[in-house]
Design a protein around this ligand. Structure first.
Ligand code: DHB
Ligand code: MG
Length: 228
């Protein structure tokens, strides 16, 4: 079988998106406003957003943690996958991103399900632990990690601590155009991705795999883990 040319995989992605995701004015507007505001176009691809949505439903998730909100494209997908009284807690370091995200969430009609926590994730995450330890908040059922790649191991550690056995964890950007398999890389983001994957392979709290993806965002991948 021939390796996919960019033309072939883009055509296939468009085909799959058309068939299985379809058009959604709310989501398309969210991306448009994010782009108009000058935010980077690094939201997940539509097929990947749909995957997050399905994972939330498959897991029966009521409480979702997202690390890295950007303009809330993935947040909308996640929020739509949980019940009306469920909650997505999404952490965003950039106030401007959080502003765009809030507007997009409210317009999408899921604003009440989503709490945006503004700040560096490494500082916000510890504040989520108390209520879970004290039993006033349930552990997270699903965690989506999609922020600064240098901190992936920190985020995975928190995912395990704020989750429970059975919590589903997805990490975006697991392949980075293939660079993840370059042991000589000096790119700190790639090294962060590598450290995260090594942790998923070695840390007994996780059972994990990763897949390469070719979609509207190019050649990348996702890691999927279960907290055991
Ligand atoms: C990039 C893509 C992402 O999905 C992300 O989370 C961060 C950066 C990028 O292509 O640069
Ligand atoms: Mg990403």
């Amino acid at each position: 079988m021939a390796d996919p040319t960019p033309d072939a995989w883009r055509r296939v992605d468009a085909y799959l998106t058309e068939l299985l995701v379809g058009h959604d004015p709310t989501l398309e507007l969210a991306v448009e406003d994010q782009n108009d505001a000058g935010l980077p176009a690094i939201e997940v691809a539509p097929v990947n957003g749909k995957l997050l949505h399905l994972l939330a439903r498959l897991a029966g998730a009521r409480r979702v943690l997202e690390i890295g909100t950007l303009g809330a494209y993935s947040t909308i997908w996640l929020a739509r996958g949980i019940p009306q009284d469920g909650r997505v807690v999404t952490i965003e370091a950039e106030p401007r991103n959080a502003e765009i995200a809030r507007a997009n969430l409210d317009r999408a009609g899921v604003g009440e399900k989503v709490e945006i926590r503004l700040g560096r994730a490494a500082e916000v995450l510890p504040t989520l632990e108390g209520p879970i330890r004290e039993g006033t908040a349930a552990p997270f059922d699903l965690v989506f990690i999609d922020a600064d790649k240098e901190s992936n191991t920190i985020y995975l550690d928190w995912a395990a601590r704020l989750g429970r056995p059975g919590t589903v964890v997805m990490v975006d950007n697991a392949v980075r155009g293939g660079e993840v398999a370059n042991p000589a890389t000096e790119n700190p983001q790639i090294i962060g991705v590598q450290r995260g994957l090594e942790m998923l392979g070695r840390d007994p709290r996780f059972d994990a795999t990763a897949l390469q993806t070719l979609d509207a965002k190019g050649y990348d991948g996702i890691a999927l883990a279960l907290v055991v």
